[in-house]
Design a protein around this ligand. Sequence first.
Ligand SMILES: C[S@@+](CC[C@H](N)C(=O)[O-])C[C@H]1O[C@@H](n2cnc3c(N)ncnc32)[C@H](O)[C@@H]1O
Length: 483
Amino acid sequence: MELKKSIFIGVCALGVIGVSYAVYWDYMRRNDPEFRKNLTKRKKAAVEDAKVKAADFLRKAVEEVAKETFPADVTTREKYFMEQVAKGESLFGNGEDGYLDAALCFYKALKVYPNPVELIMIYQKTVPETVFNFVYEMMSLEVKKKQAEYFENFPPREMNVRIKEASQGSSDEHARRGLFVTKDFFPGDVIFKEQPIASALDPSLEVGFQSNTGDYCSYCLKELTKESFREETDLFEAVYCSKNCREKATNEYAALLFTSSDSPDPESKEARLVELVKSGNVKFPLMIARFLAKMVHEETQKVATGVEEEYTTWDHVERLRFLTVPSTDKEAREIKLLRDLFAAKVPGMEEFISEERYLMLKGKLMYNAYGISTSRDNEKNIRENTEETIRSSKPPVIGAGFYRIASYINNSCDPNTETKFLNKNSELSIVATKHIKAGDELTISYIRTENKDVKSRRDELEAKWRLRCECTKCQSESEESTV
Ligand SMILES: C[S@@+](CC[C@H](N)C(=O)[O-])C[C@H]1O[C@@H](n2cnc3c(N)ncnc32)[C@H](O)[C@@H]1O
């Protein structure tokens, strides 16, 4: 048979099969319940299959985009942005088959747009809902990926330390992290330096509280000289050592917490916070207020500038271990005060400051903070601190700071590092006191250990940190005492 003829017969046969199949299918769909059930099942399976394929596409797309380098200069970024948006529009214009590819273009456009938050809002109004959901899903996948890789990206490599499983420490699996060095250090070497996330002077040392012990910068905790820059900016009557410190404090928290006014209302919420801190000589409610204000500032900055840090302050804090602070009347008063204070200023913050979150935050700050020692005069008569859980530094301790990396250092009663405040401000330096080899864990003494035997050291650590010290010194001394 000729090739042409056989093709003709073949096509006719296919046509007949096609028509009879359509008739059969329609008949069965209307009359056979079993067939209808199977059909629904198959439809569901097809939807599921499409979902799996879409999820797979989106996951791979996020991984690929993470490897891409985007144009650096403004003109090429703009050109790239316009290209991606135009391509995305034409893809979704072709119908559902183009939705995934369209979403990828819009996601890539987000990468070079100066204000991503604004662009997301534009997308929400202008692209089909399914496409928008795909873009949104890619953004969530990116966030999840970043969170999962947190300990690979943080601390930055140049700091020569990594956060890993610790060799000693609590049996609680969440408490087993520690800080390890990636190169050798020798006694006296500064291993890394770190600025606090939040800090506070001992309230009795704030000038507005009529201290007679000396003046310290309310922002960086540096001791002030006669020539120091001084400007009282708020209800707190804080003084600062430089314009820079005043500006930072104003931007990060003071403008939000303490609105400046010539005759502050003593009944105002701000005044009540000052009174609470002052009367109890407690810095943690103030540190928490500053921390929350800083978070708000970070968010508003992000929206205003479109520039986003790789990890937010909350991302850092979330991973830190803490002990639960019991809820007493004191905490209830602090919570109420902060909720009232923030409610009037930032929508949503009142709900955010739940009892659970406040106690968690207080626990994180209290059990991770370091004492700050910036005074040049060791003999100064500094009022006894009422919040003793902070990890001690050499006296006199004039305040406390909460740090992202140093928080991970575990206790040892024979430590290989010590804290120093080399710039005489709240910048913490972790300094080697021994030869530390690459891969070794860094340790610090949480308490002052001079003239204390294993029992008193363990008792003190138990009382303040609820930890039974398992450092090598305590282990060997407790073995000796049982022999
Ligand atoms: C400030 S955190 C240190 C980092 C913490 N290991 C982590 O995983 O994030 C303090 C907690 O670490 C544990 N820890 C630190 N030093 C320890 C030691 N010498 N013996 C037992 N547990 C210790 C205790 O659970 C303590 O409450």
